[in-house]
Design a protein around this ligand. Structure first.
Ligand SMILES: Cc1ncc(COP(=O)(O)O)c(C=O)c1O
Ligand SMILES: [Zn+2]
Length: 423
């Protein structure tokens, strides 16, 4: 197996001690989480805007900043999703410059999780693992199952039993062994940790987590590249475990440090959660040092329903240190957010997207995000996966006989005012 010397190892986020590139996820000295450390001086001469741009438009164009020793072998087409200039939504929100980073159309399973999973499973293969899995709130389950199937890996996936049917069957369809656990996500996660400790399998968000989380940086790389190698002034990101928001920011700092973007990072980061499971936004709003775990999450936004987020502390610190903020919204506001995005921009996002948009709206109305500055809203999952949540808010379409008169009556076209040319 080749060795990429620019990937130094895994570094403890508490004490800074450096460990090897193995499936280890916490520091034995202080239980601190581990993060991939790079030798940026070694990377700098190997990267340039032109080199990135010459490669296919997917997340691996930034491969020097991802933690593999060899070539990616899982998910070679993941990423490269559009950054959509959202002028109609901007009008509706009363802001000047707004973009949607649209990972609702990520390949292959329509959420940003395909990015983290392709890194984690490529790493699992480098480590010689045959059995992989995860604890999931839904999207991760879909992604691990699909990408593991494409790589010929065996898969076991544990989810809370009350997850949306679409997400459970959208996992089982790939041949994964799906286990429904009668409990919250945090209980599922603890069980997965026990499985990993006993059997040494590669669980992407447990023992492969340090590698896995790095995949989210590619959301940030793509935003900066699509803005013409600039950073936006404000980024609104959903938060569950709290990793994505931190990795988008880490991506910006890396681009700045390597001189790919020739400006310092001044972006303010904003985190979005559902009111029914808001440990991180509550921590920010109440100015607490650490989040209070939510024992029983209760929201339609199941994909963000992690009561005790692994990266909650770091997400809250980041938000505060960048001058951003966090908010949470009710289930009704989430559904409104989904509809607003669909009706203004033609983008059908899942509940997490509705949450992020509704939080952005709230922060703009509060005056926390200025109306005349550049805003990027991260939409991370597809509405087809959580359709049930919007059905109740929509009118059932009318049924008519296949007769023109019935159509005209329904459409309010009175006989005497009918324009023949229009019929
Ligand atoms: C659609 C969607 N968006 C955002 C997130 C949040 O990601 P993180 O756990 O890195 O905060 C998740 C996590 O499951 C998700 O499914
Ligand atoms: Zn440590």
């Amino acid at each position: 197996m080749p060795n990429n010397n620019a990937v130094l190892g895994l570094k403890c986020r508490v004490c800074g001690k450096l460990y090897g590139k193995t499936a280890q996820f916490f520091c034995p000295d202080d239980s601190g989480p581990l993060e991939v450390a790079y030798d940026y001086d070694a990377i700098k001469p190997t990267v340039s805007r032109a080199k990135f741009a010459a490669r296919p438009r997917n997340m691996w164009r930034y491969r020097e900043l991802l933690p593999l020793d060899g070539e990616p072998t899982v998910g070679p087409q993941v990423g490269g999703t559009p950054l959509v200039r959202a002028d109609r939504l901007a009008d509706a929100l009363g802001v000047e410059r707004l973009w949607i980073k649209n990972d609702a159309v990520n390949f292959p399973t329509l959420s940003f999780k395909d990015r983290v999973v392709s890194v984690a499973l490529s790493k699992a293969r480098e480590l010689g693992m045959r059995m992989v899995g995860c604890a999931s709130t839904g999207n991760l389950a879909n992604s691990v199952a699909a990408l593991a199937a494409s790589a010929g890996l065996e898969t076991v996936i544990l989810v809370p039993a009350d997850l949306e049917r679409t997400k459970i069957f959208g996992t089982a369809v790939y041949g994964a062994k799906v286990v429904k656990v009668a409990g919250t996500y945090d209980q599922v996660n603890r069980l997965c940790t026990q499985i990993v400790m006993k059997y040494g399998w590669g669980f992407v968000n447990v023992n492969l987590r340090p590698f896995y989380a790095e995949g989210s940086k590619t959301v940030g790389f793509e935003i900066a590249e699509d803005l013409g190698w600039r950073f936006p002034q404000h980024v609104v990101s959903p938060m569950a475990g709290g990793a994505l928001i931190g990795k988008i920011y880490k991506a910006f700092t890396e681009l700045s440090r390597l001189g790919i973007v020739d400006q310092p990072v001044t972006t303010k980061m904003y985190g979005a959660q559902a009111a029914g499971c808001n440990p991180i936004s509550d921590c920010v709003k109440s100015n607490r040092e650490r989040h209070k775990p939510i024992r029983t999450p209760n929201t339609i936004c199941k994909s963000l329903a992690i009561g005790d987020p692994a990266d909650g502390y770091f997400a809250a610190q980041l938000i505060k240190s960048t001058g951003g903020w966090a908010e949470d919204v009710t289930d009704a506001e989430i559904v409104e957010g989904m509809q607003l995005l669909a009706r203004t921009e033609g983008i059908f996002a899942e509940t997490a997207g509705g949450t992020t948009l509704a939080v952005a709206k709230k922060l703009i109305e509060q005056g926390r995000i200025p109306r005349n500055e550049e805003i990027v809203i991260c939409v991370t999952g597809n509405g087809l996966k959580t359709q049930d949540c919007v059905f109740d808010a929509l009118d059932e379409p009318s049924t008519i006989k296949p007769a023109l008169a019935e159509f005209e009556e329904l459409a309010g076209l009175a006989a005497e005012t009918r324009e023949p040319a229009l019929v």
